[in-house]
Design a protein around this ligand. Sequence first.
Ligand SMILES: [Zn+2]
Length: 329
Amino acid sequence: MIANILYRFVGNRLSPAGPQARLSILIYHRVLAERDPIFPNEPTVATFNAQLGRLKQVFTVLPLSEAVTHLKTGTLPARAACITFDDGYADNLTLATPILKKHGLHATFFIATAYLDGGRMFNDTVIEAIRRSSLHTLNLDDLGLGQFDIAGVEAKALAIGHLLPQVKYLPVAQRESTVARIAELAACGALPDDLMLTTQQLQQLHAAGMEIGGHTALHPILAKLDAEAARKEIAAGKDYLENALGNRVRLFAYPNGKPGVDYLPEQAAIVRALGFDAAVSTQWGAANQTSDVFQLPRFTPWAASRYRFVPQLLQNLRYKYTATIPQAG
Ligand SMILES: [Zn+2]
């Protein structure tokens, strides 16, 4: 395809092989069996398949651990890219992995270990409660969150979009009690307990050749914790994974991941001290040789149109932000 020749040409200018290379790291969370009307932009199996097909025609996809080594030594190939998944959804194994394997591509999966084996992340409690609710209005006045129209798919999507940012920054215990109360008030009945991987599925993902990385246990906002609590959360996730996999866990992803908001340089120092090799944020952009490998930027491909997928990745290579290696002292 002529477009791919052009894309590779542009990609070579923005991300040549060697010391001037830039590393694109993609973030995914879930791959769905079919389109979710509440989250129409969440990739389906078909979208993910099409994206990987396009990605590998323009980018050189490699495992993140390998890419970090090449980034440090100035030996990345041109147009280098890595694929990552956050949180530990079961569909990462059941739906995403077969497509990755079909394309011969590698991905790294960052797992919040407290939700393995039947757990549910706070965001999914809100999403699934509102999805299942047959109420017209959700009254959350007793939580100080107001009232939401939840009649119909669009209203549900808006209500979820308003609620999640307010719940996300609560301390973990309050976050859990708040979402449990939202589910109660939504009168939604039983919520799914099979959204996340089981430990056995996690082992299968690892056995399939994929890399497993840390993402804490409970997925707290690390910037809100004191040093000891942050260290415990990061270490608990790492220890669980290393016991389950019998293998050193080398990579870490900060929950929520915005530098200066969700994690601070103090927590990046803890990640380094705990023996990880590198860590990723959710700051957009692409890493270069001066980037702090404990704060590598990542990019969520959000394009509604599949024709925009590669152009967006090329645009992301031009993004200027990158956290640089902190000076000693
Ligand atoms: Zn996460």
